[in-house]
Design a protein around this ligand. Sequence first.
Ligand code: ADP
Ligand code: MG
Length: 251
Amino acid sequence: MARRKKVYEGKTKILYDGPEPGTLIQYFKDDGAPTEAPAPTEGKGVLNNRLSEFFMSGLNSIGVPTHFIKRINMREQLVRMAEIIPLEVVVRNFAAGEISAKLGIPEGTSLPRPIVEYYYKDERLNSPMVSEEHIIAFGWATQQDLDDIVALALRVNDFLSGVMMGVGIRLADFRIEVGRIWEGDYMRLIVADEISPDSCRLWDLRGLGERGDNQPPPEPGPLADVYSELARRLGVMPSNVTHTTKPTLIN
Ligand code: ADP
Ligand code: MG
């Protein structure tokens, strides 16, 4: 059997040539996670493969175009190859992280409307925040693309916020990558890369209870054991799946 061609290896995924032209296979590794998480979590790639499948196929089914075609196995999925726009598109519903640090807005503040931000996807530059002016001036995307990207990002936000709310989770913010695909003479923008706990800030709303005695209501905190807990609440995986990635000795 011919060896398949590795196209790219990033922090969290490997891309291989797909079986048909215009397709790719995405392999989900256990490494790489948001900077706060110190070590690779065993089985993270397996869970993210399932979770990204769940969110992307849900988006496809409500008419929000994504690159997802089908899951192949525990760690791989088939996707449409896209020309990635070199931006990380961030949508924020509640203040946290950079917006709190830079603008002094207390963490957890409900924002008056969803805020869409762009970060230039360049590791060496530490992915700096950029404005529409930069994006258009440097030719990364056109004004029309940006209008479409905002519309796409807000639809993803509504869908994801609703799904998370249904399982007692607050979607504080998330990021997506957007790519171009060509259908004959027409270009379309689709959601690419992945949607998983690595790209979402999730806060647990369950079990907060009441604090009484004129105290302010308790604040939701980060979701503990986020990969397996999210998979469990969404019912996409049996809860013990992370143990099935390694063979077990049967006595
Ligand atoms: P990185 O470390 O660069 O973030 P990842 O480990 O996340 O990389 O690997 C995924 C890479 O594949 C990213 O560079 C992403 O832009 C790219 N990518 C994701 N989806 C697609 C797609 N549908 N077509 C082409 N490239 C994609
Ligand atoms: Mg990435």
